[in-house]
Design a binder for this molecule. Structure first.
Ligand SMILES: Cc1cc2nc3c(=O)[nH]c(=O)nc-3n(C[C@H](O)[C@H](O)[C@H](O)COP(=O)(O)O)c2cc1C
Length: 235
Protein backbone atom coordinates (compact mmCIF):
# COMPACT_ATOMS: atom_id res chain seq x y z
CA UNK A 1 0.00 0.00 0.00
CA UNK A 2 1.25 3.47 -0.84
CA UNK A 3 2.63 5.46 2.09
CA UNK A 4 0.18 8.35 1.64
CA UNK A 5 -2.78 5.96 1.96
CA UNK A 6 -1.35 4.67 5.25
CA UNK A 7 -0.89 8.24 6.49
CA UNK A 8 -4.48 9.09 5.51
CA UNK A 9 -5.83 5.99 7.26
CA UNK A 10 -3.82 6.79 10.38
CA UNK A 11 -5.19 10.37 10.39
CA UNK A 12 -8.75 9.11 10.02
CA UNK A 13 -8.27 6.61 12.85
CA UNK A 14 -6.95 9.42 15.06
CA UNK A 15 -9.94 11.62 14.22
CA UNK A 16 -12.33 8.78 15.02
CA UNK A 17 -10.53 8.07 18.30
CA UNK A 18 -10.40 11.73 19.37
CA UNK A 19 -14.00 12.32 18.39
CA UNK A 20 -13.28 15.08 15.85
CA UNK A 21 -16.04 13.76 13.55
CA UNK A 22 -18.43 13.44 16.48
CA UNK A 23 -17.70 17.02 17.52
CA UNK A 24 -18.69 18.46 14.13
CA UNK A 25 -21.83 16.29 14.12
CA UNK A 26 -22.73 17.64 17.56
CA UNK A 27 -22.11 21.18 16.37
CA UNK A 28 -24.32 20.68 13.29
CA UNK A 29 -27.09 19.40 15.56
CA UNK A 30 -26.97 22.81 17.31
CA UNK A 31 -28.69 24.02 14.11
CA UNK A 32 -30.60 21.06 12.67
CA UNK A 33 -32.46 20.05 15.82
CA UNK A 34 -34.67 23.12 15.31
CA UNK A 35 -35.51 22.79 11.60
CA UNK A 36 -34.74 20.60 8.62
CA UNK A 37 -31.89 21.86 6.39
CA UNK A 38 -28.24 21.14 5.62
CA UNK A 39 -25.80 23.55 7.30
CA UNK A 40 -22.53 24.23 5.48
CA UNK A 41 -19.15 25.10 7.01
CA UNK A 42 -18.72 28.90 6.97
CA UNK A 43 -15.83 30.44 5.01
CA UNK A 44 -14.01 32.59 7.61
CA UNK A 45 -13.15 36.21 6.76
CA UNK A 46 -11.24 37.31 9.88
CA UNK A 47 -10.05 40.74 10.97
CA UNK A 48 -9.95 43.51 8.34
CA UNK A 49 -7.42 46.16 9.40
CA UNK A 50 -8.41 49.83 9.20
CA UNK A 51 -6.25 52.89 9.87
CA UNK A 52 -7.02 53.34 13.59
CA UNK A 53 -6.04 50.20 15.50
CA UNK A 54 -7.37 51.57 18.83
CA UNK A 55 -10.96 51.19 17.61
CA UNK A 56 -12.67 47.93 16.67
CA UNK A 57 -16.03 47.45 14.97
CA UNK A 58 -17.51 43.98 15.56
CA UNK A 59 -20.64 42.92 13.64
CA UNK A 60 -22.89 39.95 13.12
CA UNK A 61 -25.56 39.58 10.41
CA UNK A 62 -27.39 36.74 8.72
CA UNK A 63 -25.29 37.73 5.71
CA UNK A 64 -21.89 36.09 6.10
CA UNK A 65 -23.44 33.23 8.07
CA UNK A 66 -26.01 31.97 5.56
CA UNK A 67 -25.87 30.17 2.22
CA UNK A 68 -28.69 32.10 0.57
CA UNK A 69 -30.74 30.63 -2.25
CA UNK A 70 -29.99 32.61 -5.46
CA UNK A 71 -33.62 33.78 -5.66
CA UNK A 72 -33.89 34.85 -2.00
CA UNK A 73 -36.53 37.52 -1.48
CA UNK A 74 -34.77 40.62 -0.09
CA UNK A 75 -38.00 42.61 0.21
CA UNK A 76 -40.12 40.45 2.48
CA UNK A 77 -37.28 39.02 4.55
CA UNK A 78 -36.81 42.37 6.37
CA UNK A 79 -33.15 41.58 6.92
CA UNK A 80 -31.55 41.86 3.53
CA UNK A 81 -30.46 44.62 1.21
CA UNK A 82 -28.68 44.73 -2.12
CA UNK A 83 -25.35 46.54 -2.43
CA UNK A 84 -24.28 48.57 -5.45
CA UNK A 85 -22.97 45.45 -7.20
CA UNK A 86 -26.16 43.50 -6.43
CA UNK A 87 -24.54 41.60 -3.56
CA UNK A 88 -26.53 40.83 -0.41
CA UNK A 89 -25.86 43.14 2.54
CA UNK A 90 -27.16 42.52 6.08
CA UNK A 91 -28.61 45.28 8.23
CA UNK A 92 -25.96 45.08 10.95
CA UNK A 93 -23.36 44.77 8.22
CA UNK A 94 -24.56 48.00 6.61
CA UNK A 95 -24.57 49.87 9.93
CA UNK A 96 -21.10 48.52 10.80
CA UNK A 97 -19.89 49.81 7.44
CA UNK A 98 -21.00 53.37 8.26
CA UNK A 99 -19.31 53.18 11.67
CA UNK A 100 -16.11 51.83 10.14
CA UNK A 101 -16.09 54.65 7.57
CA UNK A 102 -16.47 57.27 10.31
CA UNK A 103 -13.94 55.75 12.72
CA UNK A 104 -11.44 54.17 10.27
CA UNK A 105 -11.45 51.25 12.71
CA UNK A 106 -10.40 47.64 12.35
CA UNK A 107 -13.43 45.51 11.48
CA UNK A 108 -14.25 42.01 12.70
CA UNK A 109 -17.19 39.97 11.47
CA UNK A 110 -18.56 37.36 13.88
CA UNK A 111 -19.02 34.13 11.96
CA UNK A 112 -20.48 30.87 13.18
CA UNK A 113 -18.90 27.51 12.34
CA UNK A 114 -21.99 26.52 10.31
CA UNK A 115 -24.54 28.40 8.21
CA UNK A 116 -28.10 29.32 9.16
CA UNK A 117 -30.97 28.44 6.76
CA UNK A 118 -31.62 30.59 3.71
CA UNK A 119 -35.28 30.83 4.71
CA UNK A 120 -35.93 33.67 7.19
CA UNK A 121 -38.57 31.82 9.23
CA UNK A 122 -36.41 28.72 9.53
CA UNK A 123 -33.59 30.97 10.77
CA UNK A 124 -35.95 32.36 13.39
CA UNK A 125 -36.64 28.78 14.52
CA UNK A 126 -32.92 28.02 14.79
CA UNK A 127 -31.97 31.33 16.43
CA UNK A 128 -34.77 31.19 18.98
CA UNK A 129 -34.07 27.52 19.78
CA UNK A 130 -30.38 28.23 20.32
CA UNK A 131 -31.27 31.00 22.74
CA UNK A 132 -33.85 28.98 24.68
CA UNK A 133 -31.44 26.03 25.00
CA UNK A 134 -28.51 28.38 25.78
CA UNK A 135 -26.48 26.56 23.12
CA UNK A 136 -22.69 26.75 23.40
CA UNK A 137 -22.04 27.76 19.79
CA UNK A 138 -18.67 27.36 18.07
CA UNK A 139 -17.46 30.34 16.04
CA UNK A 140 -15.52 30.11 12.77
CA UNK A 141 -13.29 33.07 13.63
CA UNK A 142 -11.69 34.30 16.84
CA UNK A 143 -9.91 37.48 17.91
CA UNK A 144 -6.55 36.49 19.36
CA UNK A 145 -5.55 39.83 20.88
CA UNK A 146 -7.81 42.77 21.71
CA UNK A 147 -5.40 44.49 24.12
CA UNK A 148 -4.67 47.37 21.70
CA UNK A 149 -8.29 48.55 21.45
CA UNK A 150 -9.75 51.18 23.75
CA UNK A 151 -13.13 51.42 21.98
CA UNK A 152 -15.27 48.58 20.63
CA UNK A 153 -18.50 48.96 18.66
CA UNK A 154 -20.80 45.94 18.83
CA UNK A 155 -23.34 45.88 15.99
CA UNK A 156 -25.83 43.01 15.88
CA UNK A 157 -29.50 42.09 15.43
CA UNK A 158 -31.80 41.34 18.33
CA UNK A 159 -32.77 37.67 18.23
CA UNK A 160 -35.49 36.23 20.46
CA UNK A 161 -35.79 39.50 22.42
CA UNK A 162 -32.13 39.48 23.44
CA UNK A 163 -28.46 39.27 22.39
CA UNK A 164 -28.23 36.82 19.47
CA UNK A 165 -26.41 33.57 20.30
CA UNK A 166 -23.42 34.23 17.98
CA UNK A 167 -22.76 37.58 19.71
CA UNK A 168 -23.11 35.88 23.11
CA UNK A 169 -20.54 33.28 21.94
CA UNK A 170 -18.17 36.09 20.93
CA UNK A 171 -18.61 37.87 24.28
CA UNK A 172 -17.98 34.62 26.17
CA UNK A 173 -14.57 34.15 24.53
CA UNK A 174 -13.43 37.79 24.27
CA UNK A 175 -12.45 39.90 27.29
CA UNK A 176 -13.36 43.57 26.74
CA UNK A 177 -12.28 44.71 30.25
CA UNK A 178 -11.24 48.35 30.45
CA UNK A 179 -12.74 49.25 27.06
CA UNK A 180 -15.59 51.55 26.10
CA UNK A 181 -18.19 49.38 24.37
CA UNK A 182 -20.89 51.02 22.24
CA UNK A 183 -23.89 48.78 21.62
CA UNK A 184 -25.76 49.25 18.33
CA UNK A 185 -28.71 46.95 17.64
CA UNK A 186 -30.98 46.34 14.68
CA UNK A 187 -34.42 44.85 15.24
CA UNK A 188 -38.01 44.47 14.02
CA UNK A 189 -39.67 46.01 17.08
CA UNK A 190 -37.69 45.01 20.17
CA UNK A 191 -35.21 47.92 19.86
CA UNK A 192 -32.40 47.15 22.40
CA UNK A 193 -34.48 44.57 24.34
CA UNK A 194 -32.26 43.57 27.31
CA UNK A 195 -29.05 43.52 25.27
CA UNK A 196 -27.22 46.44 26.90
CA UNK A 197 -27.79 45.10 30.42
CA UNK A 198 -26.85 41.58 29.34
CA UNK A 199 -23.63 42.71 27.65
CA UNK A 200 -22.69 44.71 30.77
CA UNK A 201 -23.27 41.59 32.91
CA UNK A 202 -21.09 39.53 30.57
CA UNK A 203 -18.37 42.20 30.48
CA UNK A 204 -18.43 43.65 34.03
CA UNK A 205 -15.14 45.51 33.60
CA UNK A 206 -16.09 47.29 30.38
CA UNK A 207 -17.98 50.58 30.15
CA UNK A 208 -21.02 49.56 28.12
CA UNK A 209 -22.95 52.40 26.43
CA UNK A 210 -26.37 52.20 24.80
CA UNK A 211 -25.91 53.73 21.36
CA UNK A 212 -28.45 53.76 18.53
CA UNK A 213 -30.95 51.11 17.50
CA UNK A 214 -32.02 50.74 13.88
CA UNK A 215 -35.26 49.29 12.52
CA UNK A 216 -34.69 46.36 10.22
CA UNK A 217 -37.56 47.58 8.04
CA UNK A 218 -35.70 50.74 6.97
CA UNK A 219 -32.04 50.59 8.00
CA UNK A 220 -30.98 53.13 5.35
CA UNK A 221 -33.19 55.75 7.03
CA UNK A 222 -30.92 55.70 10.09
CA UNK A 223 -27.66 56.42 8.28
CA UNK A 224 -27.37 60.08 9.29
CA UNK A 225 -28.34 59.36 12.90
CA UNK A 226 -25.71 56.62 13.16
CA UNK A 227 -22.97 58.67 11.50
CA UNK A 228 -23.74 61.72 13.69
CA UNK A 229 -23.65 59.63 16.86
CA UNK A 230 -20.31 58.14 15.89
CA UNK A 231 -18.91 61.59 15.15
CA UNK A 232 -20.13 62.88 18.53
CA UNK A 233 -18.16 60.14 20.31
CA UNK A 234 -14.94 61.21 18.62
CA UNK A 235 -15.05 64.93 19.60
C1 LIG B 1 -33.47 34.35 14.53
C2 LIG B 1 -34.11 35.71 14.50
C3 LIG B 1 -34.76 36.17 15.63
C4 LIG B 1 -35.27 37.46 15.65
N1 LIG B 1 -35.85 37.92 16.80
C5 LIG B 1 -36.25 39.21 16.88
C6 LIG B 1 -36.81 39.73 18.09
O1 LIG B 1 -36.95 39.04 19.10
N2 LIG B 1 -37.18 41.04 18.10
C7 LIG B 1 -37.03 41.86 17.00
O2 LIG B 1 -37.37 43.03 17.08
N3 LIG B 1 -36.52 41.38 15.84
C8 LIG B 1 -36.12 40.08 15.76
N4 LIG B 1 -35.58 39.60 14.59
C9 LIG B 1 -35.41 40.52 13.45
C10 LIG B 1 -33.96 41.04 13.31
O3 LIG B 1 -33.51 41.58 14.54
C11 LIG B 1 -33.92 42.13 12.24
O4 LIG B 1 -34.45 41.65 11.05
C12 LIG B 1 -32.50 42.65 12.01
O5 LIG B 1 -32.58 43.89 11.34
C13 LIG B 1 -31.67 41.68 11.19
O6 LIG B 1 -30.35 42.15 11.04
P1 LIG B 1 -29.30 41.46 10.05
O7 LIG B 1 -29.76 41.72 8.65
O8 LIG B 1 -28.01 42.18 10.34
O9 LIG B 1 -29.22 40.01 10.37
C14 LIG B 1 -35.13 38.31 14.52
C15 LIG B 1 -34.52 37.80 13.37
C16 LIG B 1 -34.01 36.52 13.35
C17 LIG B 1 -33.35 36.01 12.10
Amino acid sequence: MKRWILVLLAAMMTMLQTGAFAESDDEIRNYTRYTDYTPQAVEPVGLIPGEDHRILVVWFSRVGNTMFDPDVDVVSSATLNRGEGGELVGNAQMIAGWIAEETKADVFQIQTAYTYPSDYYQTVQVGEGQDIDFVDLTLATHLEDVSGYDTVWLVAPIWHYTVCTPLRAFLEETDLSGKTVYVVTTHCGSRFADSVEKIQLMQPNATVIRDVTVSGYNPGGAENEVREFVQSTMK
